[in-house]
Write a protein that binds this ligand. Structure first.
Ligand SMILES: [Zn+2]
Length: 451
């Protein structure tokens, strides 16, 4: 979309200081937001602009998905009834050695299509695998994101418990960095699978690469109690305290989960400005617990929402994750006031952008920011009566209401369909790949597809 587009809604939920605007519109010019204001005024000033949305639609900033794993795109809906460490042992460890660049590309396509259809415009990903033996795998992720027109923050979740070469891990990081630098929409972070998954040598190299190289970090921290116990026994510190001591937080850090965090851990997160990705659906599926989201927010920690991987959620639907965040907070606190719809909405947009330190570019509909915009269909019976626009988004809307999605000013979804790739052809092509992967991993007994 090279010219001007006016995106109209009954409400524009800016996610910025302007809050919710009625009968308003967003003017997109090229890649950026050029104006936000009353529809009638913008229409009069820009009569020739193309139009999206309509008088009953909801216009929102694109959702910022703060945590996921494109490495799991082909093993979704497989193996249930496990807690995290059991699940890693039963499903992830057998699959990882058989991933390659083609499956990285396909997994990203499948997950990315679902993300776009649920209004995600930025995906913060950690590709968890062994480094590619024949060729680096993770450039496949970046290629797929560019094809989909989905903004990415990409990382390789390094860990040397299986492949013990630190050099091989660093080579995968640098191949991903190179791919991200050449891409239009992706930026690189240093991935650390978990403190417990790295040798001291690799962890020191990760700190050096991130802090010395000026890169952000994406890490799992304190998802389950076992992780806290094991790291405490090894280092005499919780994973969060260990990262603080070793200097990892000298780089902008996004920590996934932070479920098992005590007062001391929470204070360290706030002091070091560590952003947190809250993943309510996978935390419930794996029975990991309920993260103390509101306690962290009260300390000033920037908390965003993540869908997590396609094997632990197992869907990639942001609207489900946002609703789950609001509901889990209530069940956890046993209080109906624990988290409002507006708070959940803000975590999914500007909160996630702040957690990734990208709030100068994305997360709200403000002049000068990237044109990452979502339109929800107000002509759908589901959204026929909008009494409160935040509750309409968080509790009422489903991905079926996602009508248009723009990323960087370009349409990725139009009339509810991903328009950048042939989604039917991708689904078709993925089946033999998923079947082969599950067979090679020795998990065919769990899969009707691969049996
Ligand atoms: Zn994860």
């Amino acid at each position: 979309m090279s010219g001007k587009t006016l995106i109209r809604g009954a409400y524009v939920l800016t996610g910025g200081p302007d809050g919710a605007l009625r009968d308003a519109a967003v003017l997109v010019e090229g890649r950026v937001i050029a104006a936000v204001g009353p529809y009638a005024e913008l229409k009069a000033a820009h009569p020739d602009s193309a139009e999206l949305g309509g008088p009953h639609d909801l216009v929102l900033p694109g959702f910022v998905n703060t945590h996921g794993h494109f490495s799991e795109g082909l093993i979704t809906g497989l193996a249930e009834g496990y807690t995290l460490w059991e699940w890693i042992h039963a499903l992830i460890d057998p699959v990882v050695p058989h991933l390659d660049r083609a499956s990285a590309h396909m997994g990203t396509m499948l997950s990315g299509i679902q993300m776009l259809r649920s209004g995600i415009t930025t995906a913060n990903d950690m590709f968890c695998s062994d480094p590619g033996a024949a060729e680096p795998l993770t450039p496949g992720v970046v290629a797929a994101l560019d094809e989909l027109n989905l903004r990415g923050v990409v990382s390789f979740g390094a860990g040397d418990t299986r492949v013990r070469s630190v050099t091989a891990q660093l080579e995968e990081h640098s191949a991903l960095l190179e791919a991200a630098e050449a891409s239009r929409l992706s930026t690189f972070r240093v991935g650390v699978g978990a403190v417990g998954g790295q040798s001291e040598e690799l962890f020191a190299a990760s700190v050096e690469l991130a802090v010395g190289g000026g890169h952000g970090v994406h890490i799992h921290l304190q998802e389950v109690r076992e992780e806290v116990t094991a790291t405490f026994q090894r280092y005499g510190a919780t994973p969060i305290a260990h990262c603080a001591q070793e200097g990892l937080f000298g780089a902008p850090t996004l920590a996934a989960h932070c479920v098992w965090v005590d007062r001391h851990d929470r204070r360290l997160l706030a002091e070091h400005n560590v952003g947190v990705a809250h993943n309510p659906v996978s935390n419930m599926i794996l029975a990991s617990g309920a993260a103390p989201v509101m306690e962290m927010r009260e300390l000033g920690v920037n908390v965003g929402i993540g869908v997590d991987g396609a094997a632990s959620n197992d869907g990639q639907d942001m609207l489900q994750a946002i609703k789950s965040a609001a509901l889990l907070a209530r069940v956890h606190a046993m209080q109906a006031t624990a988290m409002t719809a507006r708070e959940a909405f803000e975590m999914a947009t500007i909160g996630g952008a702040r957690a990734l330190e990208m709030d100068d570019l994305i997360g709200s509909l403000e002049v000068g920011k990237a044109a990452d915009v979502v339109v929800l269909d107000g002509s759908s019976p589901t959204l026929a009566n909008i009494h409160d626009p935040y509750q309409a988004v968080v509790y009422v809307a489903g991905s079926r209401e996602v009508k248009d999605v723009l990323v960087d000013g370009r349409p990725s979804v139009a009339n509810g369909e991903v328009v950048t790739v042939d989604t039917v052809e991708i689904a078709e092509r993925s089946r033999p790949m998923a079947r082969d992967l599950v067979r090679k991993a020795g998990l065919a007994h769990l899969s009707e597809l691969a049996r």
